[in-house]
Design a protein around this ligand. Structure first.
Ligand SMILES: Nc1nc2c(ncn2[C@@H]2O[C@H](COP(=O)(O)OP(=O)(O)OP(=O)(O)O)[C@@H](O)[C@H]2O)c(=O)[nH]1
Ligand SMILES: [Mg+2]
Ligand SMILES: [Zn+2]
Length: 303
């Protein structure tokens, strides 16, 4: 049988589920891919070459194709990066309006991560049945992001979102308990991903989803569900490129007096001026400062 190509959907232990032209198959890493410390580095969205085995149903992943892009996060320990999903068209940062309480700085961080990888990013605000989330929606729209207010529970606001997912490969990221798996279950009935009540005591999610899973959508397209990352480190972003990862700051950058302006204390800074007039939201600028500080003080030898 000739080699087959496929797209990795998920991984469980050493076994990968791969979508191919002949349907979904199970595969394990083989040969060079396996030796190249690739275990854990082949992720949903990766395009792979499969070879059949003589023994039957399990295929071997014998090669991987270069990635168009990859969403990576830093491990909580601070060193090393972990790829989450590859070959993405769109990152959706999904947060709840309440329960768990949204953390604007985490949203900003996840958006910067997408921007830094040059992946289109938008925001989904879930649980509008509990709270309309007006202020946060306004904050994110003002920053230049498309925001989708939805209630997965009441099936409200899902149509414009489903349209955006059509024929694209998208990923859902955001805090545990915000409703990422619930959204996928709603969009793809019959999927039955595990979801869970958030812990009443600590009012935060419990990481019901434990690894990234890519789901083929019936309407066409793929959507990746991810575990709720509470800690997402940035890396590999040049400090001087950080401001360009904030869409509302981008058009101002040319106007700073100094070409290498860090937008901190430099005179003639167009961004600080925009913060003073309210054109750039003060708490978005706060996020910029926090992330910049992290980037300049972090060790440079993560990889
Ligand atoms: N009120 C309300 N509750 C919702 C809504 N969407 C999801 N939930 C509830 O929120 C809880 C968490 O949902 P999950 O889908 O498991 O959240 P998750 O983002 O996948 O969490 P992790 O897998 O831990 O990252 C569940 O109890 C859902 O029933 C909504 O629109 N409104
Ligand atoms: Mg989940
Ligand atoms: Zn400046």
């Amino acid at each position: 049988m000739s080699d087959l190509e496929g797209t990795v959907l998920s991984r469980e232990g050493g076994q990968y589920r791969v979508a191919t032209s002949i349907g979904e198959v199970t595969a394990v890493l083989r040969g060079k891919v396996r030796r190249a410390e690739s275990a854990g580095k082949v992720v949903p969205g990766d395009r792979v070459v499969l070879e059949s085995s003589d023994t039957g149903t399990t295929y071997g992943i014998s090669a991987t194709f270069p990635r168009k892009n990859v969403l990576e996060r830093r491990t909580p320990e601070g060193r090393g990066t972990r790829p989450v999903a590859a070959n993405l068209d769109h990152v959706f940062v999904l947060t709840a309006t309440v329960d768990p309480a949204p953390i604007p700085q985490l949203i900003d961080r996840l958006l910067v991560l997408a921007e830094a990888n040059e992946i289109h990013a938008s925001v989904i605000m879930n649980k509008t049945d509990l709270d309309p989330g007006t202020q946060l929606i306004e904050r994110m729209r003002k920053a230049g992001y498309e925001v989708f207010p939805v209630s997965v529970k009441q099936s409200l606001g899902l149509e414009p979102l489903a349209e955006k997912l059509l024929h694209h490969t998208s990923v859902l990221v955001g805090p545990s308990g915000a409703g990422k798996s619930s959204l996928l279950n709603r969009i793809e009935p019959g999927l039955a991903l595990r979801t869970n009540e958030i812990s009443e005591r600590v009012r935060r999610g419990k990481n019901t989803t434990v690894s990234a899973v890519m789901v083929p959508l019936g309407q066409g397209g793929f959507l990746v569900d991810t575990p709720g990352y509470s800690e997402v480190g940035l890396w590999g972003i040049e400090p001087r490129e950080l401001a360009s990862c904030f869409p509302e700051m981008r058009p101002l950058l040319e106007r700073c007096h100094f070409a290498d302006c860090r937008h901190l204390t430099e005179p003639g800074c167009a961004i600080k001026a925009a913060v003073r007039t309210g054109e750039v939201a003060a708490d978005r600028y706060d996020s910029y400062q926090v992330l910049l500080n992290e980037l300049v003080t972090a060790p440079q030898d993560w990889e």
